[in-house]
Structures are given as structure tokens and as C-alpha cells.
Design a protein around this ligand. Structure first.
Ligand SMILES: [Zn+2]
Length: 243
């Protein structure tokens, strides 16, 4: 009995040591904090609090801009996890710097440093706007962005909003209209932003909320698109090619 108990304790001890060994010292030491900005809930390491103050000030108006554009965000909260970049890459291992997860209904953002750095500055504010736009599409249509619309629409809208609603950017914010010669999904971010800019120029920002409402009512994307904008997707492509 005693031997067995001791064996059990040794096993637990080894397990604890093994678990501790898997965690990097930084991760183990990181103290998490959270802050609510409207329905955005930022979750970050305490050591980044000062940088989050700056980000929070920028985001206070952004969420209401997005609600003004699309309508009231229907979910109670939208978690935004700010990960140190190396942690983000090791955890998610993808080629992006930020993403929205429909399964979790949360945003994850990897940052190099919260402090601005001229060439490697990751545009935290723009990233939050981009991923929050994906969350708005999901929340207001009932469908995750890629399930409820073509990639060019989801990424184009997120890129468009990133530029339109950013408060403090050293990057150009206006979308310069260009002819789009390739298929829209060949470059969903840039071709999509051209398409969204064209559609909003034609039908106004309120048209996006109308499209979302139709999709929420079960109308398939292509059909809802024609009802909202008065042209088919091939006609949109032709208009962008020939303008
Ligand atoms: Zn995106």
C-alpha cells in the first residue's frame, strides 16, 4: 500500500516536472490581464499594459464606427487575445499575423512589439478592425465568413474596413480605384477591397447591412448579392475589369 502510494506520488511529481519543462519561462511567468472596450475584451500580458492603453484609446471609437456601418453587434462579447508574436506563431503556426476563429468566436493577434517600429510595426489597430469585421459578418449573417460568402467578399470587406475606420495610421487609408484583371479570389484581399469599394461607392455603406440581413434570412449569397446591388458577380467582375 505504502509502496504503491509512493509510486503514485513519484509519478505525479514527474508529470509536474515534465509539464513545467514544456512551458517556456516567459509563458509560465506571463500574467494575463483583460480590459473591456465596449464588447471587445482585450486579453494580454500584464507587461504590455501601457501599450494596451494606447490601443484601447484608438479602439473606443472603432467599435461604434463598425456598429454604425453594419448595425448593433448581437453577441455579448468578442474576446481579442493579444499574443507575443513567437507565442502566436508557435501556437497557431500559420502564415498570418492575426485571425478570427468562428469556432471560438474570438480573435487572436500576434504582435512583434506593441511599441511602434517603423518597418516591422504590426498595425494592431488595423488588425483588430480587420478581424472584428469578420466577427460582425459572422454575428450578423449567422454564417462564418468563408462559409457565408466568397473569400474575396470576406477579406475585401475586412480590408476595406481596416482602411476606412483606422484612427491612427501612418499608412495610406484611402483605396485607390484600380482595374481588376484577375479573378476576384485570385487575390481576395486587394481585389476584394477594390470590389467592396466599388459596391459601397455605388450603393452606400448601408448596402452591406442589407446584404447581411438577406443572408441571415437564408437567401444564398449570390442571390442576396443581386437583390442588394442590382448586378451579378460576373457583372461586377466585368465592371472592375473595364473601368
Ligand atoms: Zn481576414
Amino acid at each position: 500500500m505504502r509502496t504503491r502510494q509512493r509510486g503514485h506520488s513519484t509519478f505525479i511529481l514527474l508529470l509536474l516536472l515534465a509539464t513545467a519543462g514544456l512551458m517556456t519561462p516567459n509563458l509560465a511567468a506571463a500574467q494575463q490581464e483583460s480590459r473591456e472596450i465596449g464588447r471587445l475584451v482585450l486579453i494580454y500580458n500584464a507587461q504590455d499594459r501601457a501599450h494596451v492603453d494606447t490601443l484601447a484609446n484608438l479602439l473606443i471609437g472603432v467599435f461604434s464606427d463598425l456598429e454604425g456601418a453594419f448595425g448593433t453587434f448581437p453577441w455579448a462579447r468578442l474576446p481579442v487575445y493579444l499574443h507575443p508574436y513567437a507565442e502566436y506563431r508557435s501556437r497557431f503556426g500559420n502564415a498570418n499575423d492575426a485571425h478570427y476563429t468562428p469556432e471560438e468566436r474570438a480573435i487572436h493577434i500576434g504582435y512583434v512589439a506593441m511599441a511602434a517600429r517603423s518597418t516591422t510595426e504590426l498595425r494592431m489597430e488595423a488588425y483588430v478592425i480587420h478581424e472584428t469585421t469578420h466577427a460582425f459578418q459572422h454575428a450578423l449573417t449567422g454564417l462564418p465568413p468563408y462559409a457565408g460568402s466568397p473569400h474575396w467578399f470576406a477579406e475585401g470587406l475586412a480590408r476595406y474596413c481596416e482602411r476606412r475606420f483606422v484612427r491612427n495610421s501612418s499608412f495610406p487609408t484611402a483605396i485607390a480605384p484600380q482595374r481588376v484583371l484577375s479573378e476576384l479570389d485570385a487575390n481576395p484581399y486587394e481585389n476584394g477591397a477594390q470590389a467592396i469599394d466599388y459596391l459601397i461607392g455605388r450603393a452606400g455603406i448601408g448596402s452591406i447591412a442589407q446584404l447581411f440581413g438577406r443572408i441571415a434570412n437564408g437567401i444564398p449569397f449570390a442571390q442576396a448579392f443581386v437583390q442588394t446591388f442590382g448586378l451579378t458577380i460576373p457583372e461586377l467582375q466585368a465592371a472592375l475589369r473595364n473601368r
